[in-house]
Write a protein that binds this ligand. Sequence first.
Ligand code: FEO
Length: 402
Amino acid sequence: MAITNDTEIKIADDIFWIGGDDRTAAVFEGAFPIPEGVSYNSYLISDEKTCLLDTCDASIAAKFWKNFRHAIDGRSLDYFVINHMEPDHGAGIIQILDSYPEVTVVGNSKTFDMLYNFYGIVPKNKLEVKEGDTLCLGKHTLRFIFAVMVHWPEVMFSYDETDKILFSADAFGTFKTLSGALYADETDFDKEYLNEARRYYSNIVGKYGSKVQAVFGKLAGTPIDMICPLHGPIWRTDLGYILGKYDTWSRYEPEENGVVIAYASMYGNTAAVADRLAMLLKDRGVENITVYDVTRTHPSYVVSDAFRFSNIVLAAPTYNNSLHPTMVAVLDDMEVMAVQNRKFSIIGNGSWAPQSPRIMEDRLLGMKDMEKVGEPFIIKSSMKPEQMPELEKLADEIAASL
Ligand code: FEO
């Protein structure tokens, strides 16, 4: 179904998508580049009772309000479920409560704490739910499944027991706008979205893998026909695909054998070694290789491919008797997002006192279940021809480890 982008879209009996695309923001959460934009989804159930699930980001507030008003079609709003309090879904909260002062706000105790902390709001009518509580809207009954720390403490999923729809908050969402396709099955998801879905997961949720696994445990045995996340396309077919990706990512298992090579280089000498290694690996039959210059690539892309691939190669010069700052930023993000269970190799450079190999190795070994492949390949200022056999040996060892 194509999106008209000027009104709501019916996704099931009585249920409407009322979201929109943002192509204006350069970064998400003030941190992550979103060159392909991002979408914000919210949903309205128009049953015997009306129920709004979450609102939107300020960037699409006008569109959300227009869609919402059209979908509710003059009825009053009975319930307002807040599955997630992060402000990229909260820009409509005040307007909703001002327009519908009698609405019952549905959340958990942490939701209401955050509602006050962010907006100074104590709703006139509130329904504080606990794990497993249900809310009957008429034909549809919502069951609330807490998804604590996926990726905030108040997060909960709302499960429509009638149509077997999971309103999953941020989970199963992605960066990148919808651009006409509301459903994942209207896209070539592998080609169009997977990289951005992984970058979203690994950088927003990545460190909370055990919490994702806990929610999977709660969902076991629950039939799901549709997943409605707060970002990105809706899933109505092949749900096992995205559930499987989340299972793999949250277990910190590599999606595929392959190598991400991330390098910092001041004058091109470290970059030359990284590029040469990539070619040697390709010669040895390694199919999946990505190479990033971290002096111009945001760490979120490296973290994402660290979740994707089995092997990581970091290459960087020594700087101020330490490590080049752009590689420090990459390692900081890898640590924060709990990259683990990977094989790694090191390329270091130091013109008079090469410190970078030891620093990178120590930090990578400090992450959980990391295995070093080969010895650090170290150059002094530039690689010399006589070092080629050593680099080939490293390539052999990496290829053999896949
Ligand atoms: Fe899309 Fe955690 O907010």
